[in-house]
Design a protein around this ligand. Structure first.
Ligand code: HH2
Length: 278
């Protein structure tokens, strides 16, 4: 049975792994761009992810890969119009991956319950008040700069401390906008303005972010740092590294945004069974 939103928001206290399946309705996402732009294909893929064990479907209509251009709200809504309503009967939490309040409003009107904002409310002032007004949960992610430029020359004195401070500040902003603390998820933003060593430092020190008291979401699936570390050039060949990254930071992080839902569910079924046998 998929987890409820309340169970997801309590996952850091109960040590429950949560699987967020990625549905990119985009022509240009880094690993699956163009694959699910057609509504029927996108819906079929979503249904398969639910059968495979997804607790959340994270739907995005704008790529945030390094170097990508912003997509207008109208264009994002146009890509979502047919797909989103079809996801509401699948029995899982639907998340909208957007930095734009108009897109989030369309998704919340359609039945989404989680706003996944990779800009943590900094790109559009209306998005956090909107989430508050609708009683939606929010995921606040760290990003240095913006997708167009973020990988140009990311530098930090202490990446873990700086990301923790940023997330704490954005959490304060969300609470000030009216989002209850219990509805906030935090994410270090793997690959968003980070070099290999920054991503590794964050994954190695997830406890520091978990100490902020919120559930932590990790989106490492198929990302470039796995290729840099292993030499695997093709994103869809990075499943093993993606699983290792997720398992390495559980249970400090409990929510995993992944492309390969069935395989991630199998890995966590094993982890849970082994922990239960302790
Ligand atoms: N990563 C991507 C997109 N959205 N949201 C959160 N909370 N955390 C992440 O790490 C994250 C995210 C990028 O991955 P993907 O959706 O596969 O590609 P693209 O941005 O090119 O569509």
């Amino acid at each position: 049975m998929p987890l409820t939103l309340d169970e997801i928001l309590a996952s850091h206290r109960t040590g429950t792994p949560v699987i967020m399946g990625i549905l990119n309705v985009t022509p240009d996402s880094f690993s699956d761009g163009g694959e699910f732009l057609d509504a029927a294909t996108a819906i079929a893929h979503a249904e398969q992810m639910v059968r495979d064990g997804a607790d959340i479907l994270d739907v995005g209509a704008e790529s945030t890969r390094p170097g990508s251009d912003a997509v207008s709200a109208e264009e994002q809504i146009g890509r979502l119009r047919e797909v989103l309503p079809a996801l509401m009967s699948l029995g899982v939490v639907v998340s909208i991956d957007t930095t734009c309040a108009d897109v989030a409003r369309f998704a919340l009107d359609t039945g989404a319950m989680l706003v996944n904002d990779v800009a943590a409310g900094r790109m559009d002032d209306a998005i956090l008040p909107l989430a508050a007004e609708r009683g939606a949960a929010v995921c606040l992610m760290h990003m240095l700069g913006e997708p167009k430029t973020m990988q140009a020359d990311p530098t930090y004195d202490d990446v873990v401390a700086e990301v923790a401070t940023f997330l704490s500040d954005r959490m304060d902003a969300a609470i000030a906008a009216g989002v209850p603390r219990e509805r906030i998820i935090l994410d270090p933003g793997i690959g968003f303005g980070k070099r290999l060593e920054h991503n590794l430092a964050l994954l190695a020190n997830i406890e520091v972010l978990a100490a902020l008291g919120q559930p932590i979401l990790i989106g490492a699936s198929r990302k470039r740092f796995i290729g840099e570390l292993t030499g695997v050039a093709e994103p869809s060949d990075r499943l093993t590294g993606s699983l290792a990254a997720a398992l390495a930071c559980f249970p400090a992080a409990t929510i995993f945004r992944v492309h390969d839902v069935a395989q991630t569910a199998q890995a966590f079924a094993l982890v849970r069974a082994i922990r239960a046998a302790r």
